[in-house]
Design a protein around this ligand. Sequence first.
Ligand SMILES: [Fe+2]
Length: 297
Amino acid sequence: MIKSLAYLGVRSPSYQEWERFGPEVLGLQVAGHGPDGAVRLRLDEVAQRIVIHPGERNAVAYIGWSVQDEAAAMTVARRVNAHGLEAVRAGAEECAERKVEGFVWFKDPSGFRHELSWGLHHTVAAFHPGRAISGFRTADQGLGHVVLAVQDLDEGDRFYREVMGFYPSDTVRDGPLVAHFYHLNGRHHSLAISALPTREVAFLHLMIEVNAIDDVGTAHDICQQREIPITTTLGKHSNDRMFSFYMYTPSCFRLEYGWGGLDVDPDLWTPRTYDKPSSWGHRRQHAELTALKLDEA
Ligand SMILES: [Fe+2]
């Protein structure tokens, strides 16, 4: 029913830093500004994929998903309602701001705002990366993946599978770490969830995938030159085989910059369990840096 991760919205006091951070570090293109001054960023033909709004504190504002059409959104919305949560049809102004034909939104049991959108606006003018990179792997696989720390892992697992319709890819069980991964298309996962020992809800990271291994290397060089905190060192994930590292963005969320993610065939895939999240590398550092919280507005 849900096809892919479409877009991500964040609020941040340092939203203006994305004018340079987006193009110069990540290779994104600034695609104008929202009515509130938001920095709109593109990474392919879609009009906007990452939107950083002004805000008093850093918080994830919305997670946008693509559905086929309004009927598909309403089917999921009915399941959300049946689960005792309210799904709301967005007005014309909000749809124009998101650059979609329409969307329905709701808050999941942990409080994350999801938007089920149809008719994602595409820009005819070619994507112009902010620095010399090969481009991003998106198309049918969408923007990338998001990883959320939910309040209750079992409740979250049921909600994302049974209500939102995600397909399980695998689970990582490494001592106290348990994480569930879900796919929607050929990307190994578009969503993963975990629970923190504190049961605190947080936005753990956004992953975007480049087309060439060298693009990961140059991003790594730039982070080191600019002293951008690398929160997870270079490494390769066990389950999606992604070669990546994680950096700390100006808006206090971690961004995984990856290459070489595994393609899955949703019709043939059988869920697995792994005993480690990475086959090598991916050492965590800068644990003192906070995770991105939810928007309480
Ligand atoms: Fe990831």
